[in-house]
Design a protein around this ligand. Structure first.
Ligand code: H79
Length: 462
């Protein structure tokens, strides 16, 4: 055990109302919006794949040229109320919105920077309007903040000289000021989502990451902070040098998920973030970006895989430069929302189904109490995302349980099944592809003590 001043706090799951709500929400909307949405992946006629919110960096644009984009940030199609309604209809229960991305542009009129919405034609507090719009729809709001900053003269990737160290101290004072400012201006936000914390400079300042978490939580009691903020005394990130999680939940799964059978992640709270496009977060206006867009069924599959492992999914939207939603993203939100309308009970307030192993054809989730445990109600949702070509869905029932009833969650109709033995149930799998089908399985203690299955004699002999 290494002695740490800036390591992890208590390792029990937080059980306060904000954290319980976050955990039960399961589905959030990520929004990446800033100046980068204007060039949308193309600079001086050259379109760069993968570079949307990264364009300034990838195309080597100077701070001056990039800052000139502010003149075109006119909000002509900006309708935050529509964003919020779209997110709510999709079934998202919270939003995480970029307040300042790597390019350093602040979406609120920060007193600590000249590079903000105050320097755009409208001068409006865009972030404030977004926060209000989502709160009005009943969604919780988390604020994304990039510590990495390509604009600020005092940002450093590494601290090689005394001058670097002095400059970076000034940078951290600036970031602290901005974060306190955010907490003071928008006190009804539920949390902060940190990014851009992987460089040597930040890793050498575990103390600052520890301190800023404390400061934000002092300003906003119950604020939820992701693990990506944190480094410890020795520069270990997310998990301290003793292997303990820092921050309130693990946020390392970016554009990937834990393996469906990896139950180790259920030991803690975590959130994965995902793009609709193949890789970009800000709007990328190109055939390249559109080619890789995920379908509603793919999004739902990621969502239920996440919930089955006790995580939250943050699904990203990248509105266009004028503030309007990308039509295909709005349509996807509606189609995911239609599925959630009928099947959201398998997602919200749901988590891992204790004892139900990953079945291969989809995922099991179970209603959970906000303390993050299976309620033990015996109700399990089976979400079929991969229809077996055999047409037969086999359900391996945990020891000591038996299936009483199976119904379709969407329409309540009873689904016939055959009990092969005490622990194996089969039914006809859904016949056609489309959106994932959800079966509500009602199980209870087995009447016959058939829980312990005879070992398969063939397996024992070979
Ligand atoms: O905000 C989103 C990303 O902009 C941010 N995190 C999410 C939530 C992020 N910053 N850095 N990274 C993710 C990883 C960096 C990937 C890169 Fe690249 C590979 C940067 C340079 C090489 C991809 C390819 C982006 C530009 C070229």
């Amino acid at each position: 055990m290494i002695e740490l001043l800036y390591g992890a706090g208590p390792q029990e799951r937080r059980q306060d109302p904000a954290m319980r709500a976050f955990r039960a929400d399961r589905f959030g909307q990520f929004v990446h919006w800033g100046l980068y949405a204007l060039p949308a992946g193309t600079w001086q006629g050259r379109t760069i794949d993968f570079a949307a919110e990264f364009l300034m960096h990838s195309a080597g644009v100077s701070c001056e040229d990039w800052a000139a984009l502010a003149a075109d940030f006119t909000l002509d199609g900006f309708d935050p109320a529509l964003w919020a309604r779209t997110a709510k209809r999709m079934g998202a229960r919270y939003v995480t919105v970029t307040t300042k991305h790597h390019d350093g542009f602040s979406l609120w009129p920060s007193a600590f920077s000249d590079f903000t919405v105050a320097a755009t034609p409208s001068g409006r507090d865009v972030l404030g309007e977004i926060v209000s719009a989502y709160r009005a729809e009943g969604l919780a709001v988390h604020l994304y903040y990039s510590v990495l900053d390509w604009h600020h003269p005092d940002w450093r990737y590494a601290l090689d000289t005394d001058d670097d160290r002095t400059a970076f101290d000034r940078y951290l004072a600036f970031a602290t000021n901005q974060l306190v400012e955010l907490a003071e201006r928008y006190p009804d936000v539920r949390g902060f989502w940190f990014d851009g914390t992987w460089d040597e400079s930040v890793k050498a300042h575990g103390r600052w990451t520890h301190e800023i978490e404390r400061i934000l939580k002092a300003r906003i009691p119950g604020a939820i902070v992701n693990s990506r903020l944190r480094a410890d005394d020795l520069g270990a990130r997310h998990f301290d040098s003793n292997g303990a999680l820092m921050g309130d939940y693990e946020s390392g799964y970016e554009r990937r998920l834990p393996a469906p059978w990896d139950r180790s992640v259920t030991a803690r709270d975590w959130e994965a973030c995902a793009t609709i496009t193949q890789a970009t977060w800000g709007f990328h206006h190109s055939a390249w970006a559109d080619r890789g867009r995920k379908t509603p069924a793919q999004i739902v599959e990621q969502l239920v895989q996440t919930v089955s492992l006790g995580g939250n999914l943050l699904l990203n939207f990248g509105p266009r430069g004028d503030g309007s939603l990308v039509p295909s993203e709005a349509e996807l939100a509606d189609r995911v929302g239609a599925w959630m309308e009928a099947n959201g009970a398998a997602v919200h307030h749901s988590g891992p189904a204790e004892g139900w192993d990953y079945p291969g054809w989809g995922f099991y989730t179970a209603p959970m109490d906000p303390g993050a445990a299976d309620t033990g109600s015996g109700l399990v949702h089976a979400i079929v995302t991969r229809i077996p070509v055999s047409g037969i869905l086999t359900i391996d029932v945990p020891p000591g349980l038996e299936v009483h009833k199976i119904r379709s969650l969407a329409d309540g109709t009873s689904v016939p099944f055959t009990a092969l033995d005490a622990r194996t149930v089969q039914l006809d799998s859904p016949a056609s592809a489309g959106m994932p089908l959800v079966y509500a399985i009602e199980a209870g203690p087995a009447e016959e003590p058939g829980g312990l299955r005879e070992p398969n004699p063939d397996v024992a002999l070979v």
